[in-house]
Design a protein around this ligand. Structure first.
Ligand SMILES: C[S@@+](CC[C@H](N)C(=O)[O-])C[C@H]1O[C@@H](n2cnc3c(N)ncnc32)[C@H](O)[C@@H]1O
Length: 389
């Protein structure tokens, strides 16, 4: 269900949009700052959802006079806003859960990505993940709207975004399709930008980008993913360094309604678990640089770190559901193996490589392989990116 655009005067939204443009100015080039000032975000987010104090998801509607002031303030704040809900696929061990199925991305993240995309008027651009249409509107404002293309897996989102974009006189090419296949009909593109996360880069994106063109996306998404910018070469490969920020995007899915989530600890864990010891401090996973490096070794598995009662606790879940929890030097684990061993091995390699931050690492994609390297594409150390997501 969609909501109509609430009435907001020109003077009112322009003041708010100018303030939002100021807020993103630190991370964006001036052309994109101007675009943020010129495009009304409220048109794309007439309603959003947030969790209340009890954890329930509630709608904040611009058309509800009692919520209008709060709605307008939050729409023009530097915040990601959930705009569509979906039921997560519960699987065998998880209870059903309502989560965000689409959102308007945090504006400063959008601004940073648009700046890092190095797109210019006249460029043929493809966005994966139309969502509300706000990012497409910014692309249209700065570039040539007929050369902006945007696709989403959910048909209603595409229709609604098209209507809202047209109401502002922007006419990008929109389609409802699985962005993992790109959009071959309008290729080649100069730029591809994905506003949903992905574990491995679909080769179709490289095949549909002209040599010298750029692809900006979050890779290894679902866990500790990071933005990566790839340059497509004449030989049909693509290569580039990771950037220094994550997207924290929802991961790309292949059907509109089926949403899954990465592995997590089953609630009945700890019964019948085994124990062992470790010399690796669980706090190593509190370092985002190592957490990212470790994600590469965990594939579709997941790691997390928290502090309870002053003590560090790390949790690791392997793709097959095997899990480990580590506190101090004690490891509790269950399943086919002890996934803390994967963390230990990753930490050993990371230390040997001189503890590289994500920006020292890069990704090469060929028609048949994808691997991460350190410092240089020809580095002696490489690690394949797992396709098991
Ligand atoms: C964070 S939202 C995008 C935000 C959007 N760019 C905006 O400005 O509102 C991510 C979007 O990716 C879409 N998505 C997920 N899987 C997809 C796929 N396979 N192809 C295209 N879009 C997909 C979701 O439906 C969702 O709308």
């Amino acid at each position: 269900m969609t909501s109509a655009t609430p009435l907001v005067t020109d003077t009112e939204w322009r003041a708010h949009a100018a303030a939002l443009a100021d807020a993103v100015a630190q991370v964006a080039d001036p052309g994109w700052v101007e675009a943020f000032a010129a495009v009304p975000r409220h048109v794309f987010v007439p309603r959003f959802f947030r969790r209340d104090a009890t954890g329930e998801l509630v709608a904040i509607e611009g058309s509800d006079l009692t919520q209008r002031a709060q709605w307008l303030t939050e729409v023009y704040s530097d915040t990601a806003l959930t705009t569509q809900l979906g039921q997560i696929d519960p699987g065998a061990t998880l209870r059903p859960l309502t989560i965000s199925a689409s959102s308007s991305t945090k504006p400063s993240l959008m601004a940073r990505m648009l700046t890092d995309l190095h797109a210019h008027p006249g460029h043929q651009v493809l966005e994966i993940g139309t969502g509300t249409g706000y990012n497409a509107a910014l692309l249209c404002q700065r570039l040539t709207d007929r050369r902006v293309h945007s696709v989403d897996i959910h048909p209603e989102l595409v229709t609604t975004a098209g209507t809202r974009l047209a109401s502002l006189d922007y006419y990008p090419q929109l389609a409802c399709l699985d962005g993992a296949r790109g959009w071959a009909e309008h290729a080649p593109y100069d730029r591809i930008i994905a506003t949903c996360g992905i574990s491995t880069i679909p080769y179709s994106w490289i095949a549909q980008t002209r040599p010298g063109g750029l692809i900006l996306t979050e890779a290894l998404a679902g866990g500790h993913g990071m933005l990566v910018r790839l340059t497509v070469a004449d030989d049909g490969t693509a290569c580039g360094h990771f950037l220094d920020y994550p997207g924290l995007f929802m991961t790309l899915r292949h059907t509109p309604h089926r949403i899954t989530r990465p592995a997590e600890l089953p609630p009945e864990a700890l019964h019948g678990a085994r124990h062992t010891s470790t010399t690796l401090d669980p706090a190593v996973l509190a370092d985002p640089a190592f957490a990212f490096f470790c994600q590469l070794h965990l594939g579709s598995g997941r790691s997390s770190h928290h502090v309870t009662g002053g003590a560090s606790k790390a949790t690791v879940v392997a793709p097959d559901g095997s899990w480990a929890q580590t506190t101090s030097d004690l490891v509790t684990f269950d399943g086919t193996h002890n996934p803390w061993r994967t963390v230990e091995a990753a930490h050993h390699t990371w230390t040997e490589l001189g503890r590289p931050p994500p920006t020292a690492l890069g990704l090469t994609v060929t028609p048949h392989t994808q691997h991460v390297w350190c410092h240089h594409p020809d580095s002696s150390w490489t690690h394949p990116v797992s396709h098991d997501r």
